[in-house]
Ligand binder design. Sequence first.
Ligand code: NI
Length: 255
Amino acid sequence: MFDTHAHLNAAQFEEDQKEVIQRALDEGVHHIVVVGFDRETIKGAMKLAEEYDFIYACVGWHPVDAIDMTDEDLAWIEELAAHPKVVALGEMGLDYHWDKSPADVQKEVFRRQIRLAKKVKLPIVIHNREATQDVVDILNEEEAHEVGGIMHCYSGSIEVARQCMKMNFYISFGGPVTFKNAKKVKEVAKDIPMDRLLIETDCPYLSPHPLRGKRNEPSYVKYVAESLSEIKDLPLEDIIKKTSDNAFRIFNISR
Ligand code: NI
């Protein structure tokens, strides 16, 4: 299994990071992309990517903290983009749930990162919370289809998913697709073509059923794969193979 979005660099893993990574390997997780979204977590993601063969890094600036991003930070991200283990930029996007960063600042920081991704030719990982229309408009206006990327932990409609897929985006599902009451997310997942589907944990957040509420970790990505197998009525091996193939393709990782 390929966990396309993990925050093993989070403080929640400080005590037992090694054991968590070993458990992932034991459960058949063969690749993990660790996402850094501010100064500290970017450093953590790079450290893990340099330490472990099968861990890659995605670096960018989170919309909630957009107001903190300096020109130096963006130049640093550009430098890191040349590192062979950096496979994407993000997570970037818009988050209107929290008001730490005003919407206009978030939009500008989002646009600057898309332009950078096009310059360095890396796909982008999108965080969207309560900002769907603006996210889609900006992806369109900035011609993000040139690099494509991933709609991370997708919870939107099938219509929006189709617009994103048209712009070369993959649709990634995490813990919420396993929740018993997540009827809408399950329906959307059912309709996503197999060649655009990804799995992720977003750990330590969003633990899947039956571990909801606990700290999440990459080995739990199997619950997401199992859920998709049920939803799509396809063998688990097919889900694992296809989502891994898709992840290798979007991140441009050779096996
Ligand atoms: Ni995340």
